[in-house]
Design a protein around this ligand. Structure first.
Ligand SMILES: *Cc1c(COP(=O)(O)O)cnc(C)c1O
Length: 472
């Protein structure tokens, strides 16, 4: 089977309609506004295969898992191997790429912040552009021989720091709004056939999207959820087949969706996900305004990947999915049936916490264990403590390094800050309760491998020490 992908919003007809892997990576969003999903779900691995993977390194695990999900016709095993090695080699500050650390007796932290930007998105973004570039010429040869190459990369950002970025054929466009506005606008542009047609005819250009709407973003993320389980297996924290829970701070639901796909591959996962939709069966955005919090990466009202989840949970009911998400676009709300809600809750539990809970959690975890977590991981931790029944190990997904959100973390730790800047190395010494001090050493160790290192030094200095220190 070569064509295996379908849109969440329309039926593949008898004459086809199913898509190639390469198509879905290059297109990003389906023309009908839906998201691409594997029509037959994910391939399952045998227990013996998982046990063999448990002995392997992260890149080796990634290779085996991705080989199962990408037909060799689209990317040959040899090409995939070199992509994986490029993605997960030198670029990560931890040799294990996504290490699992034990936090308490039954809680573990999956650290996804050892890549170049110290956020979990690196796990996908070190690989996805390679896959994208690979799929592009292949499609050109087969279907669009007149189509020269990817021309324009316009990036819509709601973050100020990215607006200065201008290199080669990349332009960033800043908008005075939030993530939801950007995502909505992108979807609208994709759905405008006169715009896409004009771009294709006049400029021989197609639009694509690199956020977690894109299948190429989601797929590499499945690997680290599998890898976390394999690590627990290796250290004897679970025996194969015994379940684990994962707790994920959710924004666009991409990370959580990848965990659900890992489950389809045979990893025995139960989920807890942050979102009040899950607990009420209603997604009601009426009258809700996005409030920027200390955990900004999860400040999102409309989570795109919920659409993939609803598709799979409803057994591929495209009319239902189209109806729900059209209603969300037009009426700003939807509700699902009691029956479907029950099925959703078999996979997912949801919770939330206040900003105060988040800060308290950071402080508590540090005083009890010496571990510092960022403001997103702390949301997951607060919810996990409240909801976890402790009948199996729980993996907290740590999506960012605490140094990225230093200001809030310092506030949580109730630190008095002192600092010294010996030669090129910045030390921030914090005394907590006048007893302990923390060095940002490991953060800077991460940063040494960090292409954005310079930016981070500035960010952390600005956040800790104020503008004067940065400019002096
Ligand atoms: C992007 C991001 C998230 C949200 O991930 P989704 O896949 O959109 O749910 C959570 N935490 C951090 C630090 C992020 O950067």
């Amino acid at each position: 089977m070569r064509k295996t992908f379908t849109s969440t919003r329309s039926q593949p007809g008898p004459s086809g309609g199913l898509k190639f892997f390469g198509d879905v990576v290059v297109e990003g969003l389906a023309p009908d506004g839906g998201l691409y999903v594997p029509s037959k779900g994910f391939p399952k691995l045998e227990p013996s295969e998982w046990l063999r993977l448990a002995k392997m390194s992260y890149p080796e695990r990634a290779l085996v898992i991705l080989e199962k999900c990408i037909h060799p016709m689209h990317i040959s095993p040899l090409e995939l191997r070199s992509m994986v090695n490029r993605a997960y080699g030198e670029n990560f500050a931890s040799e294990s790429v996504a290490p699992v650390k034990q936090l308490t007796e039954e809680q573990y932290v999956l650290e996804l912040f050892h890549g170049p930007t110290a956020s979990f998105k690196d796990l996908a973004l070190q690989l996805m552009p390679q896959i994208f570039a690979h799929c592009l010429p292949q499609m050109c040869r087969i279907t669009w021989s007149w189509w020269p190459r990817l021309e324009i990369q316009a990036v819509l950002f709601s973050k100020l720091q990215m607006t200065a970025y201008k290199e080669g054929n990349v332009r960033s466009v800043s908008v005075l709004s939030d993530f939801d506005f950007c995502q909505r606008s992108i979807k609208r542009m994709f759905g405008h056939s006169s715009l896409t047609g004009h771009l294709a005819v006049e400029y021989a250009t197609v639009l694509s999207t690199a956020n977690s709407i894109n299948w190429g973003r989601l797929l590499p993320q499945v690997v680290y959820h599998c890898s976390a389980y394999l690590d627990l297996l290796r250290r004897g924290a679970v025996t194969f087949g015994n379940p684990i829970d994962v707790c994920i701070p959710t924004g666009n639901f991409g990370n959580a969706m990848s965990a659900i796909y890992a489950k389809q591959m045979g990893i025995p996962i139960r989920n807890c996900v942050i979102s009040d939709f899950i607990s009420t069966g209603q997604d009601d955005l009426r009258g809700r305004k996005l409030v920027v919090s200390i955990s900004p990466a999860i400040d999102i009202l409309k989570s795109s990947n919920l659409e993939r989840f609803m598709y799979h949970t409803s057994g591929g009911d495209i009319d239902l999915v189209r109806g729900l998400f059209m209603s969300l676009e037009k009426q700003q709300c939807f509700a699902v049936s009691e029956d479907l809600l029950q099925r959703i809750q078999q996979d997912i539990q949801a919770g939330w916490c206040s900003e105060e809970d988040c800060l308290t959690t950071i402080h508590k975890v540090y005083s009890e264990t010496g571990y510092i977590m960022d403001t997103h991981t702390a949301v997951a931790k607060a919810v996990a403590d409240r909801m976890h029944d402790r009948t199996c190990p729980l993996v907290l997904c740590s999506t960012a390094h605490y140094g990225k959100f230093a200001k809030a973390v310092l506030k949580a730790l109730q630190c008095s800050t002192s600092y010294s800047v010996p030669s090129e190395c910045l030390y921030v010494t914090l005394s907590v309760n006048q007893k302990k001090s923390i060095f940002f050493d490991d953060y800077f160790a991460t940063m040494n491998k960090n292409v954005l290192g310079e930016t981070f030094v500035r960010t952390i200095m600005t956040q800790c020490l104020g503008h004067q220190a940065v400019n002096s």
